[in-house]
Design a binder for this molecule. Structure first.
Ligand code: S3P
Length: 434
């Protein structure tokens, strides 16, 4: 288990190459594996989470070559081309991997088991099991709807019209994936629009789908055809540097090729409302996704009430927003974000505790927090094995009065391999214990 020490540092500068988008990398492997023919994936995230998904399909007989880092050549065998895995499939730390795979495996002719690490084994799976069961899937879990998931094959699936109680792209995607194997029409409605990568990718792989903000529908009985996927840089990974450069006087960084899908960029709006100076340049389209180069300069921040409608569009960015809020002048109020309690950790509890240890006044609520801006003092904080909390506390260390020690940072490799090197190259003073 690796601990880090993040020490106060000077301004950040330079052009930073952020690794590929995690959500898109998972889906690229899945759709390419289920397609007929050979797909080339470039910009693939070499993170533990996405590599676990690639391993899962390799375990089910899909030939996946890695000619060089961040590239995969996937020889898909079609919708029914998977074969029974000989051992349980290990999704590691990845909720996306497990929930989307549940949708795929519900439609197979063979039995399978999905397992995960300690964190994933505590995360709720009923949200996908309920709709999949309505579609005819047979899935057993541990008590409380927790992993492992034991999926019985040869279930005849039928389309459903599902109104999801949670705004979750993972739930929507699991249902749509099972819909590929179902008789009739599958329709999903969500309480608030979520990231639409599954819908875009289905279209790119040639499957007819109709969708709009907050809904999607498709019918079974088509084919996926191989295509090439270019994965943009991950906005969620870029977010740590956006906040770091904003907080450190004299900073100016460029983040090239960042995916700016509107369902991901809630943090941009929140930071700008707090006074941040982030500009998009060279807006373009990469493989159907909007992408831009982001330029971030230091700017003083002030607290805001985070608008409720932004919450789903920045759901992965709350750990770093907690840091921005704690370094801002005045009070920031976050509500409507109860989902944070069932992420890789209980992110409200982990961030509130860490900030208190850093000397910040935080009131934790059931679905958010009230954060009073202040100055970070010296402390030892616990990331609780959550990659995004670890990287967020590393940013706090940059602007603290003394070095900040962060426990349990190993899982940063799930989403951001090379974070320490990239951070230090841009001006951080971040040291990882051997
Ligand atoms: C993801 C969806 C989000 C997000 C996660 C990735 C995806 O989860 O938090 O990091 O790739 O679909 P929910 O759909 O559970 O909100």
């Amino acid at each position: 288990m690796s601990d880090w020490t993040s020490s106060p540092a000077g301004p950040l500068s330079g052009e930073l190459r952020i690794p590929g988008d995690k959500s898109i990398s998972h889906r690229a492997i899945m759709f390419a594996s289920l397609a007929e023919g050979t797909s080339h994936v470039s910009g693939f995230l070499e993170g533990e989470d996405t590599r676990a998904t690639a391993r899962a399909f390799a375990q089910m007989g899909v030939r996946i070559e890695a000619p060089q880092p961040s590239e995969r050549i996937v020889h898909g065998g079609g919708l029914l081309g998977l074969r029974a895995p000989e051992a349980p499939i290990d999704c590691g730390n990845a909720g996306t991997g497990m929930r989307l795979l549940a949708g795929v495996l519900a439609g197979q002719a063979f039995d399978s088991t999905l397992i995960g690490d300690e964190s994933l084994s505590r995360r709720p799976m009923r949200r996908v099991i309920e709709p999949l069961t309505q579609m005819g899937a047979r899935i057993d879990t541990e008590q409380g709807g927790l992993p492992p998931l034991r999926i019985t094959g040869e279930s005849a699936l039928r389309g459903i019209d599902y109104e999801s109680p949670v705004a979750s792209a993972q739930v929507k995607s699991a249902i749509l994936l099972a819909g590929l194997y179902s008789d009739g029409e599958t329709r999903v409605r969500e309480p608030h629009p979520t990231r639409d990568y599954t819908e875009s990718m289905l279209r790119a792989f040639g499957w007819p789908i109709e969708c709009g903000p907050g809904w999607a529908k498709l019918r079974g009985g088509h084919r996926l055809r191989a295509t090439d996927i270019e994965v943009p840089a991950d906005f969620s990974s870029a977010a740590f540097f956006m906040v770091a450069a904003t907080l450190l006087p004299g900073s100016k960084i460029i983040l090239p090729g960042i995916g700016i899908n509107p369902r991901r960029t809630g943090l941009l709006h929140a930071l700008r409302a707090m006074g941040a100076d982030v500009n998009g340049m060279n807006s373009r389209n990469v493989g159907g996704e909007p992408v831009a180069d982001l330029i971030v300069r230091h700017a003083p921040l002030h607290g805001i009430d985070v608008p409720l409608e932004l919450v789903p569009d920045m759901i992965d960015e709350f750990p770093i927003l907690f840091i921005a809020a704690a370094a801002a002048h005045g009070t920031t109020r976050i509500r409507g974000a109860a989902e944070l309690r069932v992420k890789e950790s209980d992110r409200i509890a982990v961030m509130a505790k860490g900030l208190r240890e850093l000397g910040i006044r935080v009131e934790e609520t059931s679905d958010g927090a009230i954060i009073e801006g202040g100055r970070f003092g010296a402390a030892e904080v616990d990331s609780a094995g959550d990659h995004r909390c670890a990287m967020s506390f590393a940013v706090a260390g940059l602007v603290a009065s003394q070095p900040v020690r962060i426990r349990d940072c190993t899982n940063v490799a799930t989403s951001f391999p090379g974070f320490v090197e990239l951070a230090n190259g841009s001006g951080f003073r971040l040291q990882a214990d051997a």
